[in-house]
Ligand binder design. Structure first.
Ligand code: HEC
Ligand code: HEC
Length: 254
């Protein structure tokens, strides 16, 4: 490439006869064909640009989907959550789990406790929407790509957390923390650290899971009644490690 360019550079060498002949015989026709090819290409570009502008217009004027309308303001455009208002990452949660939690919020089995402000916020939304809106929004959420729980800090004691998880949590939430529909147990590996901590404390204190008739929530109330704050910290760290590939199975004692 470089060589050809320099050999045609007039500042380096005077143009020789054979080269100017080459220009008329070969290069000029090539340039003409090139121009002819360039023009249709240009209008194709314009066509594309017009289409993009039209698509933008259609997008801006068409009614927004249920997710954008009713959820994005708190859970973010990709379902990533918002630490400031305590809304969790919900991207990629399984559809069955979302449906079940909506049912709980609507029936007052979740988010009804007077000390559970974030839960109350979500309950207010869940009770103000129609079944169709919830169904559509939930479908969108479950299709969002999963956002994994943050990695634990360097100083975290992963070994202790692994033993706890393998022996207390794994049988319901599975070795990979993805949850299990038959146990109604949630997926854990996509939840934010602060949200996991708050929920474990909520179950521990009965702010979540202790309403009459909440059979699955009651399971977590029982489990967390045996945990102290240090255990909860170890588990928050461990779920982060689990999300990034740690295997708890060898730590199982039975
Ligand atoms: C006003 C803010 C707000 C809006 C709007 C909102 N949420 Fe929430 N959502 C929250 C908060 C805060 C929580 C955490 C509740 C808690 O701590 O128990 C939550 C929790 C959830 C959960 C439970 C997650 C879990 O892991 O158990 C789901 C599912 C959810 N929201 C889905 C939605 C969907 C779908 C929409 C739209 C239809 C929506 N939310 C609209 C604030 C909001
Ligand atoms: C007996 C089965 C069982 C065991 C054991 C268990 N869980 Fe659960 N877990 C559940 C069920 C069921 C739910 C869903 C509760 C609900 O519907 O509100 C849940 C919910 C959760 C949630 C809330 C998820 C969310 O998205 O809001 C967290 C966090 C959690 N479990 C962590 C743990 C940890 C950590 C352990 C071990 C210390 C554990 N669980 C042990 C069954 C279990």
């Amino acid at each position: 490439m470089k060589n050809t360019a320099t050999s045609f550079d007039p500042s380096l060498r005077p143009v020789q006869r054979s080269e100017s002949k080459l220009f008329f015989r070969v290069l000029r026709p090539t340039a003409v064909v090139g121009l002819l090819l360039f023009f249709p290409a240009c209008s194709e570009e314009e066509e594309k640009e017009k289409r993009a502008k039209l698509d933008e217009l259609v997008e801006a004027t068409s009614p927004k989907g249920a997710y954008e309308q009713a959820c994005a303001v708190c859970h973010g455009p990709e379902g990533q959550g918002n630490e400031e208002i305590g809304s969790p990452s919900i991207a990629g949660l399984p559809g069955w789990y979302i449906a079940e939690q909506f049912r709980k919020f609507r029936e007052g089995k979740r988010g009804a406790h007077r000390d559970d402000t974030p839960g109350q916020q979500m309950r207010a939304i869940a009770t103000s929407l129609s079944e169709e809106q919830i169904k559509e929004a939930s479908e969108t959420v479950s299709q969002f790509p999963l956002i994994l729980t943050e990695k634990p800090p360097e100083e975290a004691n992963i070994e202790k957390g692994r033993i706890l998880f393998a022996n207390v949590c794994m049988e319901c939430h599975r070795y990979n923390g993805k949850g299990e529909v038959v146990f109604h147990s949630a997926q854990l590996i996509s939840l934010n650290r602060s949200y996991i901590r708050r929920q474990l404390m909520n179950f521990h204190s009965g702010r979540r899971g202790s309403e009459p008739g909440d059979i699955t929530g009651q399971k977590m109330v029982d489990v967390t009644s045996r945990l102290d704050e240090e255990d909860i910290e170890l588990l928050v760290d461990y779920i982060g490690a689990l999300a990034h590939g740690d295997d708890p199975r060898p730590a199982r004692e039975r």
